[in-house]
Design a binder for this molecule. Sequence first.
Ligand code: GDP
Length: 588
Amino acid sequence: MPATIEIDNMITVGNLAEKLMIPVSKLIGELMKNGVMATVNEQIDFDTAEIIVSELGLDITLKPAVAEEDTGEARRKRQVSDKAAARPPVVAVMGHVDHGKTSLLDAIRTANVVKGEAGGITQHISAYQVEHKGRLITFLDTPGHEAFAAIREHGADLTDMAVIVVAADDGIKPQTIEAIRFARKAGVKIIVAINKIDKEGADVNRVKQQLAENDLMVEEWGGETVTVEVSAKTGEGIEQLEDMILLLADVEELKADVDVPACGLIIEAHVEQGRGPVAHALVEAGVLRKGDFVVAGSTYAKVRNLETTQGKAINEARPSTPVAMTGFKALPEFADEFTVATSEKAARAQAEANAQAKQSGSNRHGMNSSELIRMINRNNEVQELNVVVKADVQGSLTSVIDSLKAMDTDEVAVRVVASGVGPITENDIGLARTSGAIVYGFNTTMPGNIRQAASRDKVKVRLFKIIYELIDDAKAELSELLLPQVVTTEHGRLVVKGIFKTTRTEVICGGEVTKGKLIAPALVNVFRDDETIASEVQVSNLKRGPQDAKEVQEGEMCGVDLKTEKRLELQEGDRLEFFTRETVERSL
Ligand code: GDP
C-alpha cells in the first residue's frame, strides 16, 4: 500500500520535500526537468506536486487536505479561546419528505405545528430551544422538501449535529442520502433517528442495513453511527434521542467565547406590519443584548426588541441561542453574518463597507472572461423566462429562486428580473410589464388594487403556497419556450413499376410495396440506385386498384399520387421511401 500524504492546495517546494522526506535539491531538480523553475520558498500547486511525485517514482499518494474553513466544525474551532464557555448544541433535523421531521420537531417541543402547514412542508427555516434534563438544546427547524436544498445546505453549516430522520417503514431514500452528504460536508456529527417504529411494516434492521450500505455503520455493528429508534407519534424514544444529543455534545465539548462582541448568522428575515424588518438569528459567540448595534450584511440595527423565536422578550442571548430582533433599517439577507458594533456610526460605516464589498465582488464576478463568453454564447440561443419573485420571508425567497435557477438548461433559463420579500406591489407589476415577466408569489398576497393593475396591464401573476406547485408552473412555462421536437417516422418502401401521369405539379405512378407499410398523407424521398433524385415529395393519395386506400401493406401493389413542386421524371425501378414528420411539444 502506498503511503498517503495530505498536502494543501498550494505548498512550498521546501515543505513538500520535507513531507516526502527527500532532499530539497532532488525535488528542485525534478521540477526543473519538468520545466518548472521553482526555488525552495516558492509554491507549487497540488497537481504539479502530484506529477512530480509520480515522476520521482515514490510510493506515495498525495491527497488534498480539506481546507479548514470548508467545514462548519473548523469555523467553530477557530472561534474558541481558552476562556470559552460551554454552549448548547445546535441540531438540524433533516431527511426525506414525509419521514417525520416536522412531527419529530413537534414531538420534541410538544407544540402542534404540523396541522397549519401548507402541503405539509415546513416553509422556512427558523430555530428554537428546548430544555432537557436542565440543559438546553437548540433545534434548527430545517425544511424537508428538496426544493429547500439550498437553505438546508446553509442550515447544516450552522449546526453541530444533524438528526437524520429515516422512516422505519420506508427506509433510506434519495433525500436521506442527500441529507447525509450535506451533514458530512458541513463536518457535523450525525445521529440517525429511525422514526415511525410504532407503524406496521417498520423494519429497523433494514434501515441499519441500508445505512451500512451508505457508509454509516451503526454502533452495534461495530461502526460509529449513533441510531435512536423513535416514534414521533407515541413519543417513544424522544427522551433517548435528546439524551444522545447531549451525550454527543459532551463528547464534542462544544464551547463559545462570551467576552467577545456578539456575532452569528441570520437564519430568517421578514417584514411584520407595525414592526418592520424582523430578523431571526443564531448567536454563535458573545452575548447579544437589547439595544446593541448590530450589522448584518449591508444593513444594520439598534436592536429594539430582542425575543426568543417564539416571541418571548429577553434582555440578552448567549451562544447557540436563536433570537428574533427588530430595528433593522432594511431587511438583512438569509445567511448574512451579523456582528455587534460599538456605535451606530460604526455600524452604519460597516454596513456601507459590506454593501460596497458585495457590489465590487459581484462586478468582479461579472467580468470573469470565461463566464462572459458563456453568457454571450447563451444569449444567442437560450430562451429566457423572465420572472419577478416575491416571498414571505428571505429564506423562502432564496429557496424559490435557487429552485427556479436549478431548472436552467442549455436551451432555456429562468431570469429573475426582480425579487423581494413582502406582498406583490405596483412596482412588481410595472417591472413585469416592461420585461414581459411572470410574477410568482410564494406564501404572499396581492392587494385588490394591485390585482386590478395586473389585469389591466395583462401581467400574469401566480400565487402559490406550495413550492413544488410553483416550480411545476414555472417548469410548464419554460417547457413552452423549448422548440418543439421534430420526430421523423419511416413507414415503408415502394418500387416503381409504371408511371401513368407526369405534369409539373403531379406524378401518378404504380408499384409494389417491398418493405413496411405505406400511408397517405406522407412524404417520400425518391432514390435511383444509390442516388437521391428528389426529397420530401408529398404523397396526397394511395390507391389499391380503383379504390382510395389509407394504407397498403408489404407485398401489395398500389398507385401513388405525388404532388410535386417541380417536374419529377420517374423511371421504372425508382424507390420511394415513405416517411412522416411530426412536431412534438417538449417538456422539461
Ligand atoms: P416531514 O415531511 O418529514 O416533516 O414529515 P411529517 O412530520 O410531516 O410526517 C409525515 C407523516 O408521517 C404525517 O402524516 C405524520 O403524522 C406521520 N408520522 C410522522 N412520524 C410518525 C410516527 O412516528 N409514527 C406514525 N405512525 N406516523 C408518523
